[in-house]
Design a protein around this ligand. Structure first.
Ligand SMILES: Nc1ncnc2c1ncn2[C@@H]1O[C@H](COP(=O)(O)OP(=O)(O)OP(=O)(O)O)[C@@H](O)[C@H]1O
Ligand SMILES: [Mg+2]
Length: 354
């Protein structure tokens, strides 16, 4: 499946990206938000753990101290501004959630494969869905791009529930989605250039020269500069993944979905693919969602991780939090070998958590 869209037209890509960057940086320009962030850092208060009431109490006391020399009126103004900023900072956190999965249930006949799954995909980050084989990762991903329906629950993209969308609206949304399928799913007969150009042929009216320029740009981006005329049968598994990645990003998607991008690759080539996906996510400010079993991917790229266990969300957090997690199921999945178990124990001892 390939998607395209007016708002992501190739010729407009630079303007689009700079606009998106502008929008993102504007969050950081609010001095009050900055101050709050500084206070939060100073008191070593991790945002995700923070209790709003506790934060209010601490910031209140900070203000009382720091504004001791100011008049009552200024203090009150500052206090109100801080409250607004605190509210704003929480609102920003919510705004950073690009895709919300809410109470999703899915079954095939009698077999329930997703049980009331709720999770978030964070904007502009590499989001991973991990879990053992059969835990429901691919079904969840297909539901997220509207390829499968839910029995109940919601998939909300920036406030819009796709489970309630009609075909036309879904088609519109899909224009902003790029997908790298498990097994790459390249066409055998067309060459690399034609494979990557396919979505542009299908969904744009651009001239051949414009399309070729874009194809060469993305092939260059995935380090396949001179592979245009090769056929899929003539390239390695790692190259196939990179061609599939080039095809997934050729239309400048807002969301990039990758189902097992590392499957069948050696550890080194896997790392190359991981690094590439991560760089593309950052450079183009894409929200990326990856299904993976690969522990290197988890540790290297997992900005935000959802761990699935037998069709339920078992755990959600970052790769740094995994090290210190006490979730037994997660630990036995991630730190399966004796070597990794020892590595985790050592990390916890070093951090004084054990
Ligand atoms: N179209 C379908 N019809 C019936 N059952 C299905 C269908 N698709 C998936 N399933 C079942 O749903 C469950 C979850 O499958 P899914 O492909 O999501 O697992 P997964 O976590 O992606 O596994 P893997 O890591 O092996 O890719 C499995 O038990 C599978 O048999
Ligand atoms: Mg799968």
């Amino acid at each position: 499946m390939y998607f395209t869209g007016k708002q992501f037209q190739i010729s407009n890509s630079d303007a689009f990206l700079s606009k998106r960057k502008e929008r993102n940086t504007s969050h950081h320009l609010n001095p009050l938000t900055k101050t709050i962030a500084r206070i939060k850092t100073n008191i070593r208060f991790k945002k995700r753990y923070c209790n709003r009431r506790a934060l209010l109490a601490i910031t209140h006391s900070s203000i009382n101290v720091s504004c001791h020399s100011l008049g009552t009126c200024s203090c009150r103004w500052l206090w109100i501004s801080f409250c607004i900023a605190i509210h704003g900072s929480f609102a920003t956190t919510t705004a950073n959630i690009m895709i919300e999965i809410k109470n999703v249930r899915k079954s095939f006949g009698d077999k329930v494969v997703l049980h009331d799954v709720s999770a978030n995909m964070v904007a502009g980050k590499t989001n991973l869905i991990i879990g053992t084989s059969g835990s429901g990762k691919t079904v969840l991903m297909k539901i997220m791009i509207g390829l499968m329906s839910v029995d109940s629950g919601q998939i909300i993209y920036e406030g819009h529930d796709i489970t309630k969308m009609n075909d036309k609206e879904l088609k519109e949304l899909r224009k902003s989605v790029g997908m790298l399928f498990q097994g790459s799913a390249l066409f055998d007969s067309p060459n690399v250039e034609q494979n990557v150009m396919f979505p542009l042929d299908m969904f744009t009216k651009d001239s051949y020269t414009t399309k070729l320029k874009r194809v060469n740009e993305v092939l260059d981006r995935v380090n396949l500069k001179d592979a245009n005329n090769k056929f899929p049968a003539e390239i390695s598994g790692g190259m196939k993944k990179r061609v599939a990645l080039a095809r997934a990003i050729v239309q400048n998607p807002r969301y990039l979905f990758c189902d097992e991008p590392n499957s069948g690759l050696d550890p080194q080539t896997s790392l190359v693919i991981d690094k590439l996906v991560k760089e593309i996510t950052v450079d183009y400010n894409i929200t990326t969602i990856i299904n993976t079993h690969d522990m290197n991917t988890v540790m290297e790229s997992g900005d935000h991780i959802v761990y699935m266990y037998q069709g339920s969300k078992q755990w959600e957090g970052t790769n740094k939090e995994i090290i210190f997690s006490n979730d037994e199921r997660l630990n036995s999945f991630i730190f399966a070998s004796e070597f990794l178990k020892k590595a985790k124990e050592m990390s916890m001892m070093e951090a004084g958590r054990k």
